[in-house]
Ligand binder design. Structure first.
Ligand SMILES: N[C@@H](CCC(=O)N[C@@H](CS)C(=O)NCC(=O)O)C(=O)O
Length: 230
């Protein structure tokens, strides 16, 4: 049995983290038996991040590490893809995880109207007395990281302009297919859909959330992925 160490569910999603949702979807697609183990504290984890899986006594960190583990045990998430498709798939994964994801972080942690709802949801398990101190420090760290990454220096309109071509590329792929690489989910869907779903599920209103909600191809895709994720 595999244990998936994950952040708890939030805003109707499997987890507050799209990487944890991705890991759960990969596990489901792999056909392996697994169960979730919720935690709020990743500090003892190999990279101090989640998701992580525990297989017997071994910890395997990072959603890509989890994918590699499942593939080394026989899963082939991209079975139906050509070599060219696999190359494009890799680029879609990186685009969603290393760019689009950070827009989600800024929508949730950076927006002063949304942050209080996010804080009370994510950290409901932290004792009320120490919650303000713990979350203030964490938020400052996350936002400092976003400044270093670069997107934290843009205003909301500039950010929307930055992500629009990514969303256009995804929409183009989905215009004539149910999933990014055909009529079944593949690895790219397990990265792209959780990030977009989390953007759509974020409480309150952001320009990006409205942009996603107004795209019927995208919302149809996200609903389909949610039904398929298991
Ligand atoms: N590349 C990692 C990213 C995982 C990640 O960024 N996890 C975040 C939550 S979405 C985390 O645990 N952050 C805790 C921290 O940075 O302290 C993966 O694919 O699993």
């Amino acid at each position: 049995m595999i244990n998936l160490l994950t952040y708890p569910a939030a805003f109707g999603q499997f987890s507050s983290s799209p990487f944890c949702t991705k890991a759960a979807w990969l596990l489901n697609l792999s056909g392996q038996m697994w169960r979730r183990e919720d935690t709020l504290d990743p500090r003892m984890m190999p990279y101090s991040k989640l998701p992580v899986i525990r297989v017997e006594d071994r910890l395997i960190a990072d959603s890509d590490g989890i994918r590699a583990h499942l593939e080394s045990n026989g899963a082939d998430f991209d079975r139906a893809l050509t070599e060219e498709d696999r190359a494009v798939s890799r680029a879609f994964i990186r685009m969603s995880e290393e760019h689009m994801y950070f827009h989600l972080v800024l929508d949730r942690w950076g927006n002063p109207d949304i942050w209080p709802v996010v804080r009370e949801t994510y950290f409901a398990g932290v004792p009320r007395l120490i919650r303000p101190m713990v979350t203030r420090q964490l938020r400052a760290k996350v936002l400092a990281g976003m400044k270093t990454q670069g997107l934290g220096r843009l205003d909301e309109v500039q950010r929307l302009n930055r992500i629009e071509p990514d969303i256009a590329a995804i929409t183009t792929r989905l215009r004539h297919r149910d999933f990014l690489f055909g009529d079944r989910p593949s690895a790219a869907d397990t990265s792209v859909a959780p990030v977009l779903s989390a953007i759509r599920a974020t409480p309150g209103t952001t320009l990006l959330k409205r942009f996603v909600e107004d795209n019927a191809i995208l919302t149809g895709y996200l609903d389909r992925c949610a039904r398929t994720m298991g």
